[in-house]
Design a protein around this ligand. Structure first.
Ligand SMILES: Cc1cc2nc3c(=O)[nH]c(=O)nc-3n(C[C@H](O)[C@H](O)[C@H](O)COP(=O)(O)O)c2cc1C
Length: 271
């Protein structure tokens, strides 16, 4: 679409909000507990404003309001750890955000279990799903916040929570997602996006898939994901899968996505 084409007016159903709402609209990643330590005194601060900024080297950025005690600590220590709490630490996270380490030892106040990090002096917190250790490379003030860009020096994960990605079906081992205020959520179902194939007209295929997603009830979608999961397991075990029986439940694309190894005969029970 060219930018000079006549654009439609915005739909009446959408609402305009103040610019401050942008940060909350962008929320949805895991909330972290940033730990730091200086001269033997450790601190914890819940933090939602974080992002990856480079893959090679691995750099991440965190934004801290300038008034935070953690800013003083980071300016001296130049390193920190991000601890990604599991669901059960929900109330700890909120409470820790109501205190300043300037006045109180938050480890003592919460009695949170902790252990030594591998590369930084900041302690790592028990009950978390993953931990990132990082060394500050740049410190840049923006508005009322300071952004620290830091190089990741070590990452640890609990495999019950994270494989090569977050496990959305990991129950209590899932990370906490911060929505703003006192509200949190957890990862829900995982969904895999299907790409149009090379020879397909992408706009037609995408329009059909959009319609299909909008029409599918949650129940039907969950049944389909469950069936796909079961089939993937069966195929991984080398068991025979009868594709003829699947036709009504799954479309051919989904069956194609299964990694069918030699020895698995579709629609052909072992004969
Ligand atoms: C879930 C949650 C997320 C938060 N995210 C941030 C953030 O990204 N940046 C920030 O400066 N403060 C954030 N805060 C507020 C600080 O955690 C809070 O002010 C804390 O008491 C600061 O601790 P400190 O003074 O010991 O450093 C958050 C608070 C909560 C509860």
């Amino acid at each position: 679409m060219s930018t000079d084409s006549l654009l439609q007016p915005a739909p009446e159903s959408i609402e305009r909000r103040p610019v401050s709402v942008a940060s909350r609209v962008l929320m949805g990643g895991p909330v972290v507990l940033a730990t730091s330590s200086w001269r033997g005194r450790a601190n914890i601060m819940p933090l939602a404003w974080h992002m990856p900024v480079s893959s090679e080297p691995a750099l991440i950025a965190i934004a801290l309001e300038q008034s935070r005690y953690s800013v003083d600590v980071l300016d001296h220590s130049e390193e920190f750890a991000l601890n990604i709490p599991k669901r059960a630490l929900l109330h700890h996270v909120q409470y820790l955000g109501s205190l300043s380490g300037e006045h109180i030892d938050k480890f003592e106040a919460t009695q949170l279990g902790h252990f030594a990090a591998s590369r930084v002096t900041a302690p790592l917190i028990e009950g978390c799903a993953a931990w990132i250790e990082a060394g500050v490379r740049h410190q840049i003030p923006f508005g009322d916040h300071v952004i620290y860009v830091a190089e990741v020096v070590a990452v640890h994960v609990d495999p019950a929570s994270f494989s090569d990605r977050w496990l959305s079906n990991a129950g209590d081992d899932r990370p906490l997602v911060f929505l703003g205020g006192r509200f949190y959520s957890s990862l829900d179902r995982e969904q895999e996006a299907r790409m149009p194939r090379d020879l397909e007209a992408p706009e037609r295929v995408l329009a059909e898939r959009l319609e299909e997603e909008l029409e599918l009830t949650t129940e039907a979608r969950e049944r389909r994901e469950e069936l796909l999961g079961h089939l993937t397991d069966e195929v991984a075990k080398g068991n025979v899968v009868d594709v003829a029986e699947l036709g009504t439940e799954l479309d051919i694309d989904e069956v194609d996505r299964l990694d069918l190894t030699a020895g698995t005969m579709l629609g052909d029970p072992e004969d």
